[in-house]
Design a protein around this ligand. Structure first.
Ligand code: C5P
Length: 224
């Protein structure tokens, strides 16, 4: 008898939808591993800027991605032994990352690394193309979103809580621009696939969204 595949829950959706928080909590509740794929793309951007690599040099960026020395330890993210948890979340990095992530060679260079997170007893993977490209056989694919005004409020609150600078109008514009770039790109665009299940969290608390994902996972597991 062949062993059943290690279960993956793919949670995709636009920027600042809260999917990272929800995905992390779902992973905790199930005792699953957690992949923050956006952090990988962000780290590539930061590493490239530090190394003076042009953000339009696809081949060089792919080399940076392939050589990335990154480790995740709870909430702490280290790159070349340096703590970069907050540095990769700045708006400067957020804006540039969607340009870097549009490059097929960069995406290809990160594919194996993302799949390596699939370890027993299971994985919750957060990103844009988790269900469509990285884990097409995921047992559950969620498309988690919220309307853009609510997402802007959430990102604003998050930045202010971290003591970072934020401006609502600029954030709204940045989020719109990023949505547009992530959805319009040719490779692995952000799209809700036919086999994904929509979770609109505009009016949902984080706790309620987590319960929704857990309930859908319980139901998906029953289907042979
Ligand atoms: O999820 P997060 O906001 O951290 O992602 C940052 C950027 O990385 C996104 O705007 C997107 O351009 C890119 N990304 C991606 N594919 C993923 C995850 C993130 O293209 N699976």
């Amino acid at each position: 008898m062949t062993k059943p595949p290690i279960p993956v829950i793919a949670i995709d959706g636009p920027s600042a939808s809260g999917k990272g928080t929800v995905a992390k909590l779902v992973a905790q509740r199930l005792g699953f591993h957690f992949l923050d794929s956006g952090a990988l793309y962000r780290a590539v951007t930061l590493a490239a800027l530090k190394a003076g690599v042009g953000l339009d040099d696809e081949a060089a960026l792919a080399r940076v991605a392939a050589a990335l020395d990154i480790s995740f330890d709870g909430d702490a993210i280290h790159m070349n032994q340096e703590l970069v948890t907050d540095a990769i979340r700045s708006e400067r990095i957020s804006a540039s990352t969607s340009e870097v992530a549009a490059m097929p060679a960069v995406r290809q260079a990160l594919l194996k690394r993302q799949r390596a997170f699939r370890q027993p007893p299971g994985l919750v993977a957060d990103g844009r193309d988790m269900g469509a490209v990285v884990f097409p056989d995921a047992v559950l694919k969620i498309y988690l979103t919220a309307d853009v005004a609510e997402r802007t409020r959430r990102r604003y609150k998050q930045l202010i809580e971290k003591g970072m600078d934020a401006n609502m109008a600029t954030l709204l514009q940045d989020i719109r621009q990023r949505d547009e770039r992530d959805s319009a790109r040719a490779t692995a665009p952000l799209q809700m696939s036919n086999d994904a299940s929509l979770l609109d969290t505009t009016k949902l608390s984080i706790a309620a969204a987590v319960e929704q994902v857990l309930a859908r996972y319980a139901a998906a597991k029953q289907v042979p």
